[in-house]
Design a protein around this ligand. Structure first.
Ligand code: FAD
Length: 386
């Protein structure tokens, strides 16, 4: 059964999935391995995603997006991840982290100014939370913004900023009042990448997601007008938490796509590879690994759909997004590991691409909240602390 029937996709959702599937299979797959090896995102893929309107999938039409829903975005990310998880991460970070917070928290003026270029894909958007000493506990940001007249002066360095090297705007969480309670210490500023004093210091060389741009960005006396404060002074923590909840649905879809890519390669190999006079797919040991993959993938799809539908309905979804992310991250690594096992020595080789998926899958257990952080969120809900 096709996923479309199973999920009862709307016409728009099915159209987006099919468009992205064709783009991924025909264009992205050709460059995925080379981009991984080179450790560089092929910028022409971002331009193509812009031409296909993928950069504006979840953005309302009045801000030049296509106004599709959360599930549509997950379908696009999933299709890309089947062949090139780095490209899927690029789109997920651009939309969920760099664009949607402005749609959700921006004033009308901010939305009119900053969202259309992101939705059109004139450039990429980024979110800057992480620093050298700041990761899971976002509240302790050491990048500062100090008020000077109507402006803010930003100083410090953010780490692991996805997309910054070809970006146009960044959402930068800054400490504006260290003495305030944790929830009010930070302020989110919209900072153009070409503001004087902003510098992409380097792109990281990585285990996986090698073609996704992961950047260190420094801010030296960067002057940001007061009108670029997102929501209000002191709302940085609230915006960050909200954004990560939504982003976790996207990372779940990324993990799901990776797992499906690995499963498809494992099935194909199991059917054509013969040992001891028969296809290895006839061995129960192989069948059981494939069955476990299928169970894991199916559960992941349901968890993502559930979280996406709750978000779309405007209902609380933090718990469901964390459950989806935890399950999908772990299952993606597991499925890739088993796929390599089914491919045997071939699975270990670059040529067969499953090793790339395995390396990429690991990010899904770390980015936008580690597995441990997801367990904290889930258990807090369970124990009534949220
Ligand atoms: C490829 C990539 C892209 C990224 N893109 C971005 C981006 O665009 N923007 C951005 O801001 N960041 C980005 N990040 C950063 C990412 O969000 C962080 O790496 C992640 O949140 C974990 O933070 P950390 O690395 O500082 O780990 P730490 O927080 O230092 O955690 C280290 C270990 O301690 C565990 N731990 C921490 N606290 C607890 C606790 N309370 N209980 C139990 N265990 C705990 C963690 O689970 C982990 O196992 C990216 C990271 C990568 C690898």
């Amino acid at each position: 059964m096709d996923e479309g029937d199973f999920l009862s996709l709307s016409d728009t959702q099915a159209m987006i999935r099919d468009t992205v599937r064709e783009f991924a299979q025909k264009e992205v797959s050709k460059v995925a391995s080379a981009a991984d090896e080179e450790g560089k995102f092929p910028i022409e893929l971002f331009r193509r995603m812009a031409e296909l309107s993928l950069t504006g999938i979840p953005v309302p039409t009045e801000y030049e997006g296509i106004g599709a829903d959360t599930l549509s975005l997950t379908l696009a990310i999933e299709e890309l991840a089947k062949v090139c998880p780095s490209t899927a991460l690029t789109l997920a970070a651009h939309t969920s982290l760099g664009t949607l917070p402005i749609v959700q928290f921006g004033t009308e003026e901010q939305k009119r100014k900053w969202v259309p270029p992101l939705a059109r894909g004139d450039y990429a958007g980024s979110l800057c939370l992480t620093e050298a000493n700041i990761g899971s506990d976002v509240s302790g940001a050491q990048v500062t913004a100090v008020r000077k007249g109507d402006d803010w002066i930003v100083n410090g360095t953010k780490m692991y900023v996805t997309n910054a090297s070809f970006g146009g705007s960044m959402l930068v969480n800054c400490a504006t009042d260290r003495d305030a309670p944790k929830s009010k210490r930070l302020t989110m500023l919209i900072v153009p990448n070409d503001a004087p004093g902003v510098q992409v210091v380097k792109e990281e060389d990585k285990l996986g997601m090698r073609a996704s741009a992961t950047c260190v960005v420094s801010f030296e006396n960067v002057r940001v007008p007061g009108e670029n404060v997102l929501k209000e002074v002191g709302a940085g923590m609230e915006i960050a938490m909200n954004t990560l909840n939504g982003g976790r649905i996207g990372i779940s879809a990324l993990a799901l796509g990776i797992a499906e890519g690995a499963r498809d390669r494992a099935v194909a190999h199991a059917l054509q590879r013969h040992q001891f006079g028969k296809a290895i797919a006839e061995f129960q040991a192989i069948q059981f690994m494939l069955a476990d993959m299928e169970r894991d993938i199916e559960a992941g799809r349901l968890l993502i759909t559930h979280a996406a539908k709750l978000k779309e309905a405007g209902r609380p979804y933090a718990r469901e997004a964390s459950i989806a992310k935890l399950h999908c991250g772990e299952m993606s690594v597991r499925v890739c590991r088993d796929a390599i096992q089914i491919l045997g020595g071939n699975g270990f080789m670059q040529e067969y691409q499953v090793e790339r998926l395995y390396r990429d899958a690991k990010l899904c257990e770390i980015g936008e909240g580690t597995n441990e952080v997801q367990r904290i969120v889930i258990s807090r809900h369970l124990l009534g602390k949220m």
